[in-house]
Design a protein around this ligand. Structure first.
Ligand SMILES: Cc1ncc(COP(=O)(O)O)c(C=O)c1O
Length: 547
């Protein structure tokens, strides 16, 4: 009996071994950081106690001596006075709206690292109101002009004036159609032909946002493969739908999502050996910072080095992904919602020479109107089976292919073919390389611990030394008339029509902001990375004990 039991246990162990090995292979294919381990990150996020540095702790959080603290206090008071008086109306409107506008509460609270947020917000804020645009400038309620480096979340590829023209023309074409939804304007035929040509894909579906286009791509991949799991790469954003947003921010664990390492043979091995993977999502923006999320100010404390973009290595990686997905019947999805029409009119497929099975677009493609679009090969796009009529893959949406949106896409795509717009794409990589080198040269010469890295017109800002106050740069930049999105100092998104004269202004203003930030002492007393970690741990531990 005992022998029989031992044999049975050994047999069960052997049977389970391949599963355990596959599980282990999956674990090592994840990025070792918390970003790569979303469940752990979620657990930690639930545990991490909130705390706020009070007024007297605020200025010395990096161990600055009293004299330095005093310099910082005076600097922030001056900065706050300037911003608060210059933008008084915009700030008052923002304060009033925040009471009821949930989004503003979130963006206001997470603009800077949470320990500093409360004390900072008592001193200064950032206006969220604008009354008009003027070329590359935003004009707020106080008639203050700010150079727009927000990129409108990536929508603004070709400049505000371009979209103003697109929207006006689209509206003119769409108005006779009222709200005729579920039917299509004749222009749809032209739009479909253009999208097929640009994407190199067979079919098209319209959605209301980039998030929805991604949802549909994943749903179709699951439908056609009969598999559940979705692979995304560490740090990549694909919208706010639960399955593509595991970890903090999503209250549910995303149990069917594998977050793997970019540019990793281990990830390829997982794709090659598992049988449960329906699709692989690729956000080409990751070429700028593989395996890292876009740098946001709320986490910006340590030094963050961003290696230069290696487009060739990334192209080779995409080719490997393409081959393994083909071999394993996995759908390769390029999520071009952000980078589509920015790198090249044909997006990452054109830039990297790799064809996907499904491609999502959004943002700029609507010519200023909101949308999501999915293009794909017929075999992946089909939503029903002729031989199993009840087994379908349903996708609808009241406002899908709204006449204004369809016309917006048509005008956008028409404009894309014009010589003027083509000229904006020609040589853009070299142009942005030169501009980034120019700004980095200035920053190095000034002795400021700030550097930019970039992929075309999408820029990241990083710091060469650790520091607890890097996030303050966004306010100094604002003082100099440079507007960044609420994500903060880490990201600047330019338009392709950004002129040399406007860029010269950015450099000048950026330098002035750094000069002032240094003069106010925020980069003095730079703690070592180890000391910084110790400080943060100590603060967190204290807060945890005081819960
Ligand atoms: C790559 C990518 N995919 C999807 C989305 C989601 O698009 P939307 O915000 O229109 O839902 C975004 C938005 O930033 C994105 O950058």
């Amino acid at each position: 009996m005992t022998e029989w039991m031992t044999l049975a246990a050994a047999g069960a162990g052997l049977a389970l071994l391949p599963r355990a090995v596959r599980r282990l292979q999956l674990s090592v294919a994840k990025h070792p950081s918390l970003t790569g381990h979303s469940k752990m990150a979620l657990r930690l996020a639930r545990w991490l106690p909130g705390y706020a540095l009070n007024e007297s702790q605020f200025y010395g959080a990096d161990g600055a001596d009293p004299a330095l603290q005093q310099r910082r206090r005076a600097g922030l008071a001056r900065l706050a006075h300037t911003l608060n008086t210059r933008h008084a109306r915009s700030l008052a409107a923002t304060r009033e709206a925040r009471e009821t506008l949930s989004d503003l509460q979130l963006t206001g609270a997470y603009r800077v690292p949470f320990p500093f947020s409360k004390t900072l917000r008592a001193v200064l804020g950032v206006g969220a109101f604008v009354q008009r645009v003027d070329g590359a400038w935003l004009v707020d309620l106080d008639e203050q002009r700010l150079l727009d480096l927000t990129g409108s979340y990536g929508v603004n590829v070709l400049g505000h004036a371009f979209y103003q023209r697109c929207m006006a023309e689209a509206q003119r074409r769409a108005l006779p159609l009222g709200v005729s939804l579920g039917t299509y304007p004749e222009a749809m035929l032209d739009v479909l032909a253009r999208l097929r040509r640009i994407s190199g894909q067979d079919e098209v579906s319209f959605h209301m946002s980039g998030t929805e286009a991604v949802m549909q791509a994943v749903r179709l991949a699951r439908y056609h493969t009969g598999r559940r799991k979705v692979v995304r790469f560490c740090g990549a954003y694909h919208g706010w739908w639960g399955d593509v947003q595991p970890g903090p921010g999503n209250p549910m664990p995303a149990d069917h999502t594998y977050t793997l390492q970019d540019l990793s043979p281990r990830a390829l091995h997982v794709l090659r050996t598992r049988r449960d993977i329906a699709c692989v999502l690729v956000n080409p923006l990751q070429v700028l910072h593989p395996n890292k999320a876009a740098p946001g100010d709320s986490g910006l404390m340590g030094a963050r080095t961003l290696p230069a973009v290696d487009a060739e290595a990334y192209a080779a990686w995409l080719r490997e992904l393409r081959a393994v997905c083909t071999a394993r019947g996995i759908a390769l999805v390029f999520d071009e919602v952000f980078m589509g029409f920015r790198l090249a009119p044909g997006g990452a497929q054109e830039r990297f020479g790799v064809k996907a099975d499904l491609v999502t677009y959004g943002k700029t493609l609507g010519g200023g109107f909101p949308l999501g679009v999915l293009c794909g090969q017929a075999r992946w796009m089909k939503r029903y089976r002729d031989d199993r009529p009840a087994d379908l893959c349903f996708a609808r949406g009241t406002f899908n292919a709204h006449p204004h949106v369809v016309m917006g896409v048509q005008v956008f795509l028409e404009q894309l073919d014009t010589p003027e717009v083509q000229a904006l794409y020609a040589g853009q990589e070299a142009r942005w390389d030169a501009r980034a080198a120019q700004l980095n040269g200035m920053l190095a010469q000034g002795g400021w611990p700030v550097r930019v890295s970039h992929w075309g017109s999408v820029w990241s800002v990083a710091y060469t030394q650790p520091g607890r106050y890097h996030w303050l740069l966004q306010f100094y930049l604002r003082e100099q008339g440079l507007a960044l999105s609420w994500v903060g100092t880490g990201r600047m998104v330019f338009t392709l029509d950004f002129s040399d004269a406007d860029f010269a202004q950015v450099c000048e203003r950026f330098a002035a902001a750094c000069r002032q930030m240094q003069a106010d002492g925020w980069w003095d007393a730079a703690p070592s990375p180890k000391a910084l970690k110790r400080m943060l741990l100590k603060e967190t531990w204290r807060a945890w004990r005081q819960r």
